[in-house]
Design a protein around this ligand. Structure first.
Ligand code: KIV
Ligand code: ZN
Length: 521
């Protein structure tokens, strides 16, 4: 098990609770399908994350199914589901996490005056009773129950202490104090956690957890300040994904603890070398591009542009590098393979990057690698990660890209001749448009007519150079639901078609899986 179950804050081990699949997915447009959630969950498990919050089971059949499948699949991390303080939510959550080797019910209710009055429209005594009832009910299904005081950082201290004491007395082993609206500042938030340790008589029977939103850019700072005050679980997301400005970024938390262990003498179970792989996967699946100057995982996080810096790094890397690129899973010598590399070198490289493919998948990946090497002289780690992720994302596609012939330039309107395959049948169409991408997308629409609206079309280069692979995200919206499609290729228009076709496949899948409106937490 990754998860240490000690209740004491005397330990220096910090539990990493990842909520990318729950709070992260609540970001508008960041929806993920079942296969993508499973892939992210297993990546988090391999990475050594202690608790994976897999979803909010009552919110939709799709979320229920995802939590259940993750609970069946993940063995080393605790799998957690979210539930409001109602019997229906808790029972649905209990059902979803039942197959887990280690499962947790996370139940919450708002405790701040503002939320109780306007959101819940409940008197504080009713809320207090709901804390007791919800935790007691959840304990009938599992002894691993977490209770959260939503908007905890804006809750009156006396009432917060009473609720925390009651939740622990009712059987909650983890107590989470969210800064739901990202309003707190570090010394204030640390003082709030310290206040709970001083005033709640049974606090030693629970692990205190923090869950910080990033509205003021302080989520990581607040989380670390809380750990210094006694908290031993941090709730966070990969790339800081999450509602509004997001949640505390896991990679920043984990690397701050690792790099500044002199000031922050705490450990986690996270294998930091897996950070880049997880970051790339989450960004590809959601279409949320990582900003270049983002701490730890941004493209420039380890780049040294100025001559003075480059000179210093060459003499001694520590002059301008406080962490090694290798410690987050980046290779210092990024050039890896080329046209002449054989399958043994390719297999070794995949292993180094943390991919463990079966024989058939390996054969397919090697074929695609050779194909890429024919078109691109130098193959970097990022190219290989993209190649593997790209295939994983289209594994269950029923509509597939076959070929594209494009005529464009300044002399005549662009024309696209497109071939797709559906259920073994070859489909072909020719279309024109305002530009090459428009022409190619019009050809798709003529082969597969649909009403979905294009919400996002985004292109980024995987590496440097004009022969770089383009990674494209297409977001389509149909009946209020959106899906993200991804595609990668050295040809930007081919990558765009692959991304659009991938999005269509997800719409097809969505139509066959019933998924009513999600609830918000
Ligand atoms: O931000 C928040 O308060 C939450 C709770 C449901 C834990 O996400
Ligand atoms: Zn949240």
């Amino acid at each position: 098990m990754n998860s240490p179950m000690s209740k004491s804050s005397g330990t220096n081990r910090v539990i990493i609770f990842d909520t990318t699949l729950r709070d992260g997915e609540q970001s508008p447009g960041a929806s993920m399908n079942l296969e993508e959630k499973l892939k992210i969950a297993t990546t988090l498990e391999e990475m050594g994350v202690d608790v994976i919050e897999a979803g909010f089971p009552i919110s939709s059949p799709g979320d229920f199914e995802a939590v259940k499948r993750i609970a069946q699949t993940v063995k080393k991390s605790t799998v957690c589901g979210l539930a409001r303080a109602t019997k229906g939510d808790i029972e649905r959550c209990a059902e979803a996490i039942k197959p887990a080797v280690s499962g947790r019910i996370h139940t919450f209710i708002s405790t701040s005056p503002l939320h109780m009055k306007y959101k819940l429209q409940m008197e504080s005594e009713k809320v207090y009773q709901a804390v007791i009832d919800s935790v007691s009910h959840a304990r009938k299904f599992t002894d691993n129950v977490e209770w959260s005081a939503e908007d905890g950082s804006r809750t009156e201290h006396d009432f917060l202490c009473r609720c925390v004491e009651a939740a622990i007395a009712s059987g909650a082993g983890t107590i989470n104090i969210p800064d739901t609206v990202g309003y707190a500042v570090p010394d204030e938030y640390a003082a709030l956690i310290a206040m709970l340790f001083n005033r709640v008589p049974n606090i030693d029977r629970a692990i205190i957890s923090v869950h910080c939103h990033n509205d003021l850019g302080l989520a990581v700072a607040n989380s670390l300040a809380a750990v210094n005050a006694g908290a031993r679980q941090i709730e966070c997301t990969v790339n800081g994904l999450g509602e509004r400005a997001g949640n505390a970024a896991m990679e920043e938390i984990v690397m701050a603890l690792r790099t500044r262990s002199d000031r922050l003498p705490f450990t986690t179970g996270v294998k930091t070398e897996n950070i880049m792989k997880a970051s790339h996967l989450v960004s590809t699946v959601t279409g949320f591009v990582v900003q270049p100057n983002k701490a730890i995982v941004g493209a420039n996080a380890f780049a040294h542009e100025s001559g003075i810096h480059q000179d210093g790094v060459l003499k001694n890397a520590q002059t301008y590098e406080i962490m090694t690129p290798e410690s987050v899973g980046l290779n210092r010598s990024k050039l890896v393979l080329g046209k002449l590399s054989g399958s043994a070198a390719f297999k070794a490289k995949l292993k180094e990057l943390g991919f463990d493919l079966g024989d058939n998948a390996l054969k397919d990946a090697f074929k695609r690698f050779k194909d890429l090497a024919d078109r691109k002289r130098e193959i970097f780690d990022e190219d290989i990660i993209t190649l593997v992720d790209d295939e994983m994302l289209r594994a269950s596609d029923t509509l597939r890209f076959v070929s594209l012939d494009l005529h464009c330039g300044s002399k005549a309107p662009p024309k696209a001749v497109l071939e797709l395959e559906m259920d073994g049948q070859l489909l072909a169409a020719t279309a024109s448009g305002d530009g090459p991408v428009d022409a190619a997308f019009n050809a798709i629409k003529s082969l597969f007519p649909h009403e979905a609206k294009l919400q996002l079309y985004q292109v980024s280069a995987v590496t440097e150079g004009t022969d770089a692979q383009a990674e494209v995200t297409v977001r389509l919206e149909e009946h209020g639901k959106s899906v993200n499609g991804q595609g990668a290729d050295t040809d930007t228009i081919v990558a765009s078609v692959k991304a659009y076709v991938n999005a269509i496949n997800k719409l097809i899948l969505k139509r066959t899986r019933s998924a009513p409106e999600a609830l918000s937490a």
